[in-house]
Design a protein around this ligand. Structure first.
Ligand SMILES: [Zn+2]
Length: 210
């Protein structure tokens, strides 16, 4: 595990505040989020932003969504997602900071009173479950998994793996079953947490774990 210096924490905090302000004045980015079910209240809860006025070193993230990793001790990481409605041909959908540590996303949900926790691939799917009342953490991908993540989850009776409804999602679910005794969720083919939510609301997600 990496320990952040006071200076790094301050920089993260400043970045997140700046990009939240950028989002407040950006109807296009607000529209992108709204189309995924993330209204202003959710954006505020997760302190989402958009990079319009990049801090030094963040120039390459301009126009991207800024997704902070919030913890009880403040912001510990940031990832940047393309905010265009396309398939991201020729560029990465997500960018991480060059020297970033691997963190679980949305660890604040680990403190919620719940017999279960959900694990997703990706921050937006974790936020989607969480805002539907299903506590969730996210990982950026199998390759970023750290052994100690499973220890963060071990107090829950059940851990649900919410991989996407495709081959990669199936692999993620098998991986989490092995690494964290997770119970794989059968996501409909071609869907993910967010698209299923947009189609069927919170009920459609709850039905998957019944
Ligand atoms: Zn793109």
């Amino acid at each position: 595990m990496q320990t952040l210096s006071t200076e790094q924490r301050r920089f993260f905090e400043q970045a997140v505040s700046t990009y939240q302000r950028d989002l407040a004045g950006d109807t296009s980015a607000q529209g992108y989020l709204a189309a995924r079910g993330f209204g202003p209240a959710v954006a505020s809860t997760y302190r989402l932003g958009v990079v319009r006025t990049p801090l030094p070193g963040h120039e390459q993230y301009r126009h991207r969504l800024a997704i902070p990793y919030l913890t009880p001790a403040g912001v510990v990481n940031l990832r940047f997602r393309c905010a265009e409605a396309h398939d991201c041909d020729g560029h990465a959908k997500y960018l991480s900071l060059p020297d970033a540590a691997s963190n679980l996303f949305n660890v604040l949900d680990l403190k919620k009173t719940s017999p279960f926790i959900c694990v997703t691939e990706g921050e937006l799917d974790a936020m989607t479950l969480s805002m539907c009342g299903l506590p969730a953490v996210g990982i950026p991908g199998v390759s970023t998994w750290q052994k100690w993540f499973s220890r963060c989850l071990e107090d829950f009776d059940v851990i649900y793996a919410f991989g996407d409804g495709d081959d990669a999602g199936g692999k993620l679910n098998s991986f989490l079953a092995k690494e964290a005794r997770a119970r794989p969720i059968s996501m409909p083919r071609g869907m993910d947490v967010n698209t299923l939510y947009l189609e069927g609301g919170a009920d459609a997600l709850e039905r998957l774990i019944d």
